[in-house]
Design a protein around this ligand. Structure first.
Ligand SMILES: Cc1cc2nc3c(=O)[nH]c(=O)nc-3n(C[C@H](O)[C@H](O)[C@H](O)COP(=O)(O)OP(=O)(O)OC[C@H]3O[C@@H](n4cnc5c(N)ncnc54)[C@H](O)[C@@H]3O)c2cc1C
Length: 293
């Protein structure tokens, strides 16, 4: 196996252009498992760990750009204010995996159980791709994640990172698994309120071939908050039955299957519980803020 060692993004892109079959490797926490189990045997690897341009983040106004090479450990340390992203990062693997595993690797693997992906989906993130021939292009998250472990990246492209508008309201990431650490999600859910745009966002992992949003649930909740005056007055009571009705609509957006990690019926139940919990947390957080401010 040949391993290419670019030191700059320019070198990495030139290598990917001349050898599009070369497989990028970042933390290796997905790819090395594939290689160890003989599920993949790439002839050429491009090791991206020395490419500093990938391992950075920046905030331009309210737009956050996170480079593909940012590890979960760094996301937790450097961007704790991005609550859902930090909570998702904290839930990944073990400290060793969080020190190596990257956002770009989670995107590249495109597993429906990837923990960062519901967070990106809830934020309507765009994935930024780059090639030597065409430069940068941005693709909405749902045009990038096209199937189980399938993306729309072209052979000569690398994932540069992801970009999204930082949201001002409460947000959370939660995950159900067989234990608290080192676990692949049986179900995951990212919930976010965007009081500025008066919208609610909910995205789910491990319940369909790709991460999905629940647009009907989101529209229902936004309208319920409007009717009850919750957008204008965070302390206003949420009408009885709203939380349950919202959760039912979230469940309706899922297409779970039975597999080794859980049955479809269990997944639907777990989604219902997580959706109710996430909404109650968010409503409680806004009400508390309204009380103390
Ligand atoms: C013990 C263990 C526990 C784990 N726990 C979790 C968990 O709880 N949650 C979770 O979501 N995942 C988990 N994972 C999976 C893995 O850690 C994550 O998916 C991680 O984000 C992968 O990042 P990486 O940098 O290691 O990717 P790599 O293995 O280096 O690469 C993964 C894929 O992305 C591609 N790729 C990487 N970077 C780029 C780039 N810049 N441009 C184009 N393609 C690129 C690679 O070619 C490859 O196809 C776990 C893995 C292990 C081994």
């Amino acid at each position: 196996m040949e391993v290419l060692l670019p030191r700059t993004l320019e070198e990495a892109l030139a290598m990917k252009a001349s050898t599009p079959e070369a497989v990028p490797i970042a933390g290796g926490t997905d790819l090395m498992v594939e290689i160890n189990f003989d599920h993949a045997r790439p002839e050429i690897l491009i090791d991206l760990t020395r490419v500093a341009e990938l391992a950075s983040w920046r905030l331009d106004g309210d737009r956050l750009f996170v480079g593909a090479g940012m590890t979960y450990a760094r996301l937790l340390r450097e961007l704790p204010q991005m609550r859902a992203l930090a909570e998702a990062s904290r839930s990944v693997g073990s400290p060793q995996i969080r020190n190596r595993g990257t956002l770009g690797g989670n995107l590249g693997t495109a597993s429906p159980a990837g923990d960062s992906l519901p967070v990106l989906a809830a934020h309507d993130a765009e994935v930024v791709l780059i090639s030597a021939a065409r430069g940068e292009r941005s693709v909405p998250w749902d045009a990038f994640l096209v199937g189980v472990k399938r993306t729309s990246a072209r052979p000569d492209e690398l994932i540069l990172g992801a970009r999204w508008r930082a949201l001002g309201g409460p947000q959370s990431f939660s995950k159900v698994g067989t234990r608290n650490a080192m676990v692949i999600a049986v179900v995951s859910l990212c919930f976010a309120l965007d009081p500025e745009a008066r919208t609610a966002r909910v995205a789910l992992g491990s319940v369909a071939p790709t991460v999905v949003r629940a647009p009907e649930a989101e529209a229902f909740l936004a309208a319920a908050f409007e009717d009850a005056g919750v957008w204008d007055d965070p302390g206003a009571p949420v009408p009885g039955g709203t939380v349950e009705a919202f959760a039912e609509r979230v469940v309706a957006a899922t297409r779970p299957i039975d597999d080794v990690r859980g049955s479809a019926a269990y997944r639907r139940h777990a989604v219902r519980v997580l959706a109710q919990r996430a909404l109650r947390w968010a409503v409680g957080e806004r009400a508390t803020e309204a009380m103390v401010s």
